[in-house]
Design a protein around this ligand. Structure first.
Ligand SMILES: [Zn+2]
Length: 145
């Protein structure tokens, strides 16, 4: 086995993950090659140091998850159903109702005015022969007497 192949397999050799034939081939190379044995020893030291490093957990991660799990679910807002679209529909409906009420009043007033105008027309026809300056009201009072 050459140095390049031995170094490529080095970390798997250190983890004891190579098939038996490859394990023994790397081992044989290390016995006969000072450079690769040096590399092997350096990696062994590094792995030993890494194993001594305590595992680091993100601070407050589990506590924050637990807090969220234990927190009561939020009550929905009192008028959560009232979104923008339904509010716009309500305004449009109110405007339509207001418009129809106003139209009804306006139509009623128009009919009233037409009736009053017709009545005035009849009265003026009745008193068409009354000379100008003669008060119609005074004349009606006289008729009532
Ligand atoms: Zn070598």
């Amino acid at each position: 086995m050459r140095c390049k192949a031995a170094r490529k397999l080095m970390s798997r050799y250190l983890d004891d993950e190579l098939p038996p034939g490859a394990m023994s081939a790397v081992q044989e190379h290390l016995v006969g090659c000072d450079e690769c044995r040096g590399e092997h020893d350096a990696q062994l030291v590094l792995w030993g140091l890494l194993e001594r490093v305590p595992p680091v957990e993100p601070p407050d991660l589990f506590a924050s998850i637990e807090r969220r799990l234990e927190a009561p679910t939020r009550e929905p807002a009192p008028f959560a159903w009232l979104n923008l679209r339904s509010a716009a529909l309500a305004v449009a409906a109110a405007a339509l109702i207001g418009l129809s009420i106003w139209m009804g009043i306006w139509a009623g007033e128009t009919r009233h005015h037409t009736a009053v105008a017709a009545h005035d027309g009849e009265l003026s026809e009745l008193f068409s022969d009354v000379p100008p300056g003669f008060e119609v009201v005074a004349l009606l009072e006289r008729i009532g007497e």
